[in-house]
Design a protein around this ligand. Structure first.
Ligand SMILES: CC(C)(COP(=O)(O)OP(=O)(O)OC[C@H]1O[C@@H](n2cnc3c(N)ncnc32)[C@H](O)[C@@H]1OP(=O)(O)O)[C@@H](O)C(=O)NCCC(=O)NCCS
Length: 378
């Protein structure tokens, strides 16, 4: 743009349609569908593998295809030993999202298909990434806790494996079912920041590992995936439901951003909140820790009254993960363990019909001025 032109533009690309996708539709009026299937219908019935297959391939799998897909993922879970060694070399204080980002980047060097962006190669690499992102999280976590990674149990689903690989206990059926539903809720969300970052990277014809590395880095931020870790810190600070209103009003008066509230697209409620809230209630009853949900509900009520802002999925994900026994640092990695399916589907779609993503900026710096020469030359 010339320095004088002041065209209309959209800060933060709000409301801008930046491309087409057949993968996912986010309805601003609290709806969400994957490849035409309503998440509310499918979310608590399908397994995560079924949803991941749908996102990647465009259609639901039949029984044989699903069995094969599960086996293919389970067979790819083990990390190259050099990658495990790298996880050991990182300082024990490294955040699990930083371990994950470094791990995904390193994994690229162990894939002979690294430079092949064809559809089939991308699907093959997607299966590996879905499998290994989870192992990077679980093995990385155990190593940071000074514990040995556990041997693989290929008979477990992705949802069951997440529990098992962290603490060695095979979860009960209801826990696995719950985790499948949570993974299904997080699996895709059209052009959210991390997916868009992945697509920008892929649009240069960089490979899927580079794109997923970009995505993991982007997901960590508290305005995006990092909000579910920050939400738990907020709930711990509030402590009890009777303190929620006063706490929130003070924060709003100080113009603070409240984690787990607001959304770029949803203005009448996040489609995933009712499902996550129900899970939170269920877990609250099972664990006797319903106070966490009561704090969230009080915050929702006050936020609606004071600012007209709705809760997003990360508000309720925080106590859900806590009650399932995960430390808050694992909240965003849990999100990544699911969203990797969406990232891979989007990178594949981008490569299949690519055009470089390269917008313009509006220049607001100094006008053209004369270079005075190197220092001391005058
Ligand atoms: C998600 C988020 C980044 C969207 O940002 P956005 O689209 O730029 O926000 P909007 O333009 O809709 O914001 C409208 C107004 O509400 C305010 N607002 C939005 N979210 C808010 C929040 N969580 N707490 C307090 N105020 C908030 C904005 O400051 C703005 O106020 P203003 O008009 O006085 O400047 C933002 O809501 C946020 O930071 N939320 C907290 C982090 C979070 O939970 N992220 C996970 C998203 S799934």
């Amino acid at each position: 743009m010339s320095t004088d032109a002041k065209p209309e533009y959209s800060p933060g690309l709000a409301g801008v349609i930046a491309g087409e996708t057949k993968i996912c539709w986010v309805d601003p009026n609290a709806g969400l569908m994957y490849r035409g299937y309503d998440i509310h219908e499918m979310g608590n019935k399908a397994t995560f593998e079924e949803v991941a297959y749908l996102l990647l391939n465009g259609e639901l799998p039949n029984g044989k295809q699903l069995k094969e897909f599960k086996e293919q993922i389970a067979a790819q879970r083990e990390l190259p030993k050099e990658v495990v060694e790298m996880l050991r070399l990182l300082p024990k204080s490294t955040h699990p999202m930083d371990m994950l980002r470094t791990g995904v980047s390193m994994l690229s060097a162990f894939d002979k298909d690294i430079s092949d962006n064809s559809h089939d190669a991308n699907i093959r690499k997607s299966i590996k990434l879905i499998a290994r992102v989870m192992t990077l999280i679980t093995d990385g976590w155990r190593i940071s806790q000074r514990e040995k990674p556990l041997p693989e149990k290929p008979e477990l689903s992705q949802a069951g494996n997440f529990f098992y690989k962290l603490d060695g206990r095979v979860p009960e059926a209801w826990q696995t079912r719950m985790m499948d539903t949570i993974f299904n809720l997080y699996a895709d969300h059209e052009f959210n920041a991390s997916t868009f970052a992945a697509r920008v990277t892929a649009s240069t014809l960089a490979g899927i590992y580079a794109a997923v590395t970009s995505a993991v880095g982007t997901l960590k931020g508290p305005l995006h995936g990092g909000a579910n870790e920050e939400s738990m810190k907020m709930l711990e600070e509030i402590k009890t439901p009777d303190r929620a209103e006063e706490w929130l009003k003070k924060q709003l008066a100080a113009k603070a951003k409240i984690m787990g509230f607001g959304h770029r697209v949803y203005k009448k409620g996040d489609s995933r909140v009712p499902v996550m809230r129900k899970i939170a209630h269920d877990l609250g009853k099972r664990t006797g820790k319903e106070n966490w949900v009561l704090i969230c509900e009080k915050l929702e009520e006050v936020m609606d009254r004071e600012k007209g802002l709705c809760a997003n999925v990360d508000l309720y994900a925080a106590p859900v993960f806590w009650m399932l026994g995960f430390k808050p640092e694992l909240n965003t990695p849990l999100f990544a363990a699911s969203r990797v399916a969406g990232w891979c589907a989007h990178v594949t779609e981008q490569h299949d019909n690519n055009r470089l993503i390269r917008p313009r900026s509006l220049y607001t710096g100094p006008k053209l001025r004369k270079y005075p020469g190197p220092p001391g030359s005058a």
